[in-house]
Every structure is written in C-alpha cells, then in structure tokens.
Design a protein around this ligand. Structure first.
Ligand code: SF4
Length: 384
C-alpha cells in the first residue's frame, strides 16, 4: 500500500516538555520508560543515557515511594539534560515531591479515586496542576482501558474512557492550564484506533500521545503497535508515541527503534498492516515491564507462556502476563487467563477470578492445565 497524498498532521497546540515541542508544529517524538529499579541510581541513569543515545526524546521513570523520590533527585543530577517524566500511580500527593526533578508528570484519572476518598477528584487535579505550574512541568492525562475510572464501571470502555478524559480536560481548562497532552491506551489496537480517532474529532487542538499498552513480545508486539500507529499517523493523528514491548532490560532501546521505524515507514508510504487487527487465534498481551517488576523472571515467564501456547494458536483466547501488583490485578481482569507476578509467586486468574498463587516453578504447568480445561469446555468435552 502506498500513500497517495502527503500526510497532513491535524492542527494542535504545542505543549513543551522542557525544549521539546509536542504537537503538529513539531516532529513526532518517541518516548520510552526505564525498567531498572529507580533506587538503583547508576543503572537508571545509565538506562536513560542509553535510551537517549537511541533517540528517546522523553524517558519515563517509575516513582512510588519517598526512597524513589530521593533516587529520582540523584538520577536528575546524573542526567541533567534528559527530559524525564514520572507517572503518578494512586498517590497524587507525590506530584509536589517529584515535580522539582522532572519535566512532565503523567496521571491516570482512574487512579485518583482510591486514596483520600473524601477529597474531590477536582481538588486532586488542582493539586497536581499546582505542582506542575510551580516547577515548570507539562502534564499528560493518561487514560488506560485496564484502569478506567471506577465511576464508569459497566459502561462501554470507549465511551467510559472518552467521558473520563472529557471530565479531566474540563478540570484542567477551568484551571486555565493548557500545557498537557492526552493518551488513550488499550492493549487492543482496534480500540486504540477507534478511541483516538474519536478523540481527535472532539478535541482537535489537544496533542495526542499514542500507545498500545502491553503490546507484549516481539514480533507480535510490533505488529499490534503498527496496526494502530499506521492507521492513526497516516491520518495525521498522533504527536508523540510510546511502543510498549516486553523486552529484557538490555534490549529496552528496541522500543525506540520500533517507534522510529513505524513513523518513518508511514511517512515513506510503506504500510505493513491489515486494516484491522485480526483477533482470531490466541492473543498474548504482556506489559513492557518497568522498575516495578516484582521478579526479574517476568520477561522469561512471558516468553515461556508464548512457547506453552504454541500448539493452541487457533484458539480464540486472550492471555495477559503482567509484571507487578500495581497494574497486574486490574489489567488481567478481562483476559481468559491472566498471570501477574509477585516477588515469589505468580497469581493466576481465569476471567478475572483468582485461581490461585503458584511458585515460579509451578506456574507454567498450572497455567497449561487451566488452558486445557478452558479449551475442553469450549469444545463441549466438559461442563463449564
Ligand atoms: S504491569 Fe507493573 S511492571 Fe508491568 S509495566 Fe505496568 S507497572 Fe511496570
């Protein structure tokens, strides 16, 4: 397939992350995330340097505790020129602690409901905005299908995500804060295309950060990401991208290479994807891993799961493999079988229900047993 016309980016405003402009007036930037332990300052700084050498424009670091904040300050000193972004998980108050050391903060609307339930979400957002303003940071409203606003439970995920992001855009605009981008991510590339297309229509001026979350292992992780990015970028939608691949630490920079190659292919008219992502057959989603990974065996486990299902490729099943308790429990809910890693065991879930917790030695056998049961039930060989 070749492109008949030059791609026209949709016109957005510019959002600056330090000196990097994000928006239609600027080249599409590429981001990645450290998977080192943040408290291992030297390893984290080294990974940031390496990602930047490969062309990362912005690098995300995970911060969950006071010790992580102290480490972040040291990382900031070690790589003063890097554009660093931190994602807030449930503790919105961390915003004021991390803001002095970063250039951008990402918050997830779905995570603002859990702590300090008596504080209205609007006030929590005002707190984050205040920290960003004082310390010259940009923001990203990062909506994720795996952790939607609980107030939207039961709604169609695309509508729920749009409603949540609309509410938060309202909060930011009321506060007269326009230095933000939006991301709307799902592990399903078709959903990523649908929701970003709709968002671009409703909010043409707001820059979009694109990503297929938990795209997983190569080569399928790249295929899923290509399907989404080719459709969106070719229509001028998307101002910055993150490719989320399950890779060992020393290969993390491949996220950048894949992101850059998709962008350059789209602009050269080289398309590889089919119009929609074909869900027939087994679909493995796995997180890209980050410093929160609870056991370094995670990437290997994801590889082993892929090998263990090779003879069942025709089965229409979704398997989720996640690295930690932060996103593992929620993001495995919709999978037929979900595994999320704890330090010394792996939790196995079937359609959102916990089957049990198993050691790293036991898990593959138990996983396969459950997989065979599901397949047998579907074929009517067993009662469900
Ligand atoms: S699931 Fe956990 S380890 Fe995996 S990327 Fe998300 S936060 Fe990091």
């Amino acid at each position: 397939m070749t492109l008949p016309v030059k791609i026209l980016r949709r016109k957005t405003r510019s959002v600056f992350v330090r000196d990097l402009g994000i928006g239609s007036e600027h080249p599409i930037s590429v981001q990645s995330m450290c998977a080192t332990k943040t408290q291992d300052v030297e390893a984290t700084a080294e990974q940031i340097r390496r990602l930047r050498e490969y062309g990362a424009d912005v690098v995300r670091v995970a911060v969950d505790s006071k010790k992580d904040v102290e480490a972040l300050e040291a990382v900031r000193k070690a790589v003063p020129d890097a554009r660093i972004v931190v994602d807030l998980q449930e503790s919105y108050r961390l915003a004021e602690k991390v803001a002095p050391f970063v250039d951008k903060i990402r918050y997830n609307p779905g995570h603002l409901h859990h702590h300090e339930k008596s504080v209205p979400v609007r006030e929590k957002v005002a707190f984050i905005v205040g920290a960003a303003q004082i310390h010259d940071c940009a923001l990203r409203i990062g909506v994720n299908f795996g952790s939607l606003d609980p107030a939207q439970a039961g709604a169609d995920p695309i509508e729920a995500a749009l409603s949540s992001v609309t509410e938060h855009i309202g909060y930011l605009e009321e506060l007269d804060f326009t230095r933000y981008v939006v991301s709307l991510k799902s592990s399903d590339p078709n959903d990523v295309v649908a929701i970003n297309t709709e968002f671009a229509k409703r909010f043409p001026e707001i820059p979009l950060h694109l990503g297929v979350t938990e795209a997983g292992l190569l080569p399928m992780g790249e295929v899923k990401t290509r399907v989404a990015f080719e459709h969106l970028l070719a229509r001028g939608i998307g101002d910055t991208v993150r490719v989320s691949l399950t890779l060992p630490n020393e290969r993390k920079h491949e996220e950048i290479l894949v992101g850059k190659s998709i962008i350059s292919d789209v602009y050269a008219g080289r398309f590889r994807s089919v119009p929609t992502f074909d869900h027939d057959g087994i679909n493995i989603i796995s997180c890209p891993s980050c410093s929160r990974v609870e056991n370094s065996a995670f990437v290997e486990l994801a590889e082993k799961v892929r090998t263990a299902v090779q003879d069942t490729e025709q089965e229409k099943l979704t398997i989720a493999v996640m690295g930690c308790r932060v996103n593992g429990p929620g993001e495995t809910d919709d999978a037929d079988l979900g595994l999320w890693c704890a330090p010394s065991h792996v939790n196995l879930k079937r359609k959102g229900e916990l089957v049990g917790s198993f050691s790293y030695e036991e898990i593959l056998g138990r996983f396969r047993q459950e997989l065979d049961l599901i397949i047998a039930e579907r074929r009517g060989q067993l009662d469900p």
